[in-house]
Design a protein around this ligand. Structure first.
Ligand code: WQD
Length: 352
C-alpha cells in the first residue's frame, strides 16, 4: 500500500486527512513539530481507525531533520503538505516569521522530493490567494489579487514555488488544493478543531460563545453590500475537505492527472453569510447565541465562494455534508471538549 507523508498531521485538516487516508487503504506518516498543534489528537485518529500513526516531531525548517525522515522512508510515494502558520492577523504583526516558516519548510521538503524523486505532491493552499475578487464566485482561472496578508502571500508564493519546481522536476506531479472555509468535526466527534487562544475564525468563535468560554460574539460588520449586510463565505465540512485529499492522491496514483501542476478549488459552491451561519447554528444546536453587530474587520473579503466543478469532475469528489452537519458536529465537538477531561487536558496542554 502506498506510503503518504502528511506534514502538519496533528493539525485540524491534517488529522482528519490521516483518518481518511487510512480508511482508504493508505499507509501514513505524520510529521509535525507541534508548535501549533497537539500530538494527543493522534489518539483520536487511532480511536477512529484502529491504527497507530508514526509521528516524527520534526521542524521542517531543519533540512537535516527533514532529510533524515526521507532516508528512513525511501518508499514515500506521496506528500500532503499542511504544515504552516495560518493566523492572518499574526502574519500582519510578524511577517518575517511567516515567510521564514512557511517558505523555508516548503523548500526543504522540495529539496528532499527532488533528491528522492517523490512522485506525488499535494499542497494545502487557500482561497486567500484570490484576495477580494471582482466576482463573488471564483474559478481556478480567476486571477489572484494582491493578498490581504503576509499569510496570503505565503500561499501565493508557495503555489509559484511549486509551479516552477514541477517544471524542472517533471517526475513529480503536483496538485494545489485551494480550501475555502473548513469547519466542523469528524462525525465520530473523536477529533475536531483545537484553536489556540481566542479563536479568530467564525465557527469556533460561535461554539465557544455558546458553551460560555467567550462572553459574546461580535459580527464583524453588518453594512456590507450583501443580502443581509454581513460577509459571505463558502463554509465546507472538514471531512469533505479531507476526503478530497485522498481522492487527489488516488487521482495521481491512477495516473489520471493531467501532469504538471494542477489547481483545484475545494468549496461547496454555496455562499453563506455570517448571520446565516449563526442562525444555522442556533437551529441545529438549540442554543440562542449571544451576539452583537460590531465594526468591520480590516482585511476581510466581502464575499467569496467556490466554483468547484473542476475538483468534482477530475477527482470524482462529491460534497457529503451540508451547513447543518457542519454546525452540528462543531457544536458536539465543543461540548465534548468541555465534558471529556482527558481531551480537555490535551487542549489545556496545548494552550499553556
Ligand atoms: C469568516 C467570516 C469574519 C469571527 C479564514 C482564514 C483563511 C482561510 C479561510 C485557511 C468573516 C466573520 C469571524 C468573529 C465574525 N483559511 N467573523 N466574528 O477570514 O474567511 O478566512 O478561512 O487557509 O486563512 O483566515 O475566516 O472564520 O476568520 O471569518 O463576524 O468572531 O466571519 O469577519 O466575515 P476568513 P473567518
Amino acid at each position: 500500500m502506498a506510503k503518504i507523508l502528511v506534514t502538519g498531521g496533528c493539525g485540524y485538516i491534517g488529522s482528519h486527512t490521516l483518518v481518511d487516508l487510512i480508511e482508504n487503504g493508505y499507509d501514513v506518516l505524520c510529521v509535525d513539530n507541534n508548535s501549533r498543534s497537539n500530538a494527543g489528537i493522534l489518539q483520536g485518529v487511532e480511536r477512529i481507525t484502529g491504527k497507530k500513526v508514526k509521528h516524527y516531531k520534526v521542524d521542517l525548517c531543519s533540512f537535516d531533520d527533514t532529510h533524515a525522515i526521507f532516508q528512513e522512508n525511501t518508499d514515500i510515494a506521496g506528500i500532503i503538505h499542511f504544515a504552516a502558520y495560518k493566523a492572518v492577523g499574526e502574519s500582519v504583526e510578524k511577517p518575517l516569521m511567516y515567510f521564514e516558516n512557511n517558505l523555508v519548510s516548503l523548500i526543504n521538503l522540495l529539496k528532499c522530493v527532488q533528491e528522492f524523486q517523490t512522485p506525488w505532491f499535494v499542497f494545502s493552499s487557500s482561497c486567500t490567494v484570490y484576495g477580494n475578487p471582482d466576482e463573488q464566485m471564483v474559478t481556478e482561472e480567476t486571477p489572484p489579487k494582491p493578498a490581504a496578508s503576509p499569510y496570503g502571500y505565503t500561499k501565493q508564493m508557495g503555489e509559484q514555488i511549486l509551479s516552477e519546481f514541477q517544471k524542472s522536476n517533471p517526475a513529480t506531479s503536483v496538485i494545489l488544493l485551494r480550501y475555502f472555509n473548513p469547519v466542523g468535526a469528524h462525525p465520530s466527534i473523536e477529533i475536531g478543531e483545537l484553536p489556540i487562544g481566542k479563536p479568530m475564525n467564525l465557527v469556533p468563535a460561535i461554539t465557544q460563545t455558546a458553551i460560555g468560554k467567550l462572553p459574546q460574539l461580535s459580527v464583524h460588520g453588518s453594512d456590507y453590500p450583501t443580502r443581509d449586510g454581513s460577509c459571505i463565505r463558502d463554509y465546507i465540512h472538514v471531512s469533505d475537505i479531507s476526503h478530497a485529499h485522498t481522492l487527489a492522491i488516488r487521482y495521481l496514483e491512477e495516473g489520471r492527472n493531467l501532469g504538471g501542476c494542477e489547481v483545484l478549488n475545494l468549496g461547496t459552491g454555496n455562499g453563506v453569510s455570517v448571520l446565516e451561519a449563526i442562525h444555522a447554528f442556533e437551529k441545529v444546536s438549540g442554543q440562542k447565541l449571544n451576539y452583537s453587530m460590531g465594526p468591520r474587520r480590516p482585511g476581510d473579503v466581502v464575499a467569496i465562494y467556490a466554483n468547484n466543478d473542476r475538483a468534482r469532475t477530475r477527482l470524482g469528489w462529491e460534497i457529503k455534508y451540508g451547513l447543518d452537519e457542519m454546525m452540528d458536529t462543531a457544536w458536539k465537538w465543543e461540548v465534548r471538549l468541555k465534558e471529556d477531561k482527558q481531551l480537555f487536558a490535551m487542549v489545556d496542554a496545548q494552550l499553556n
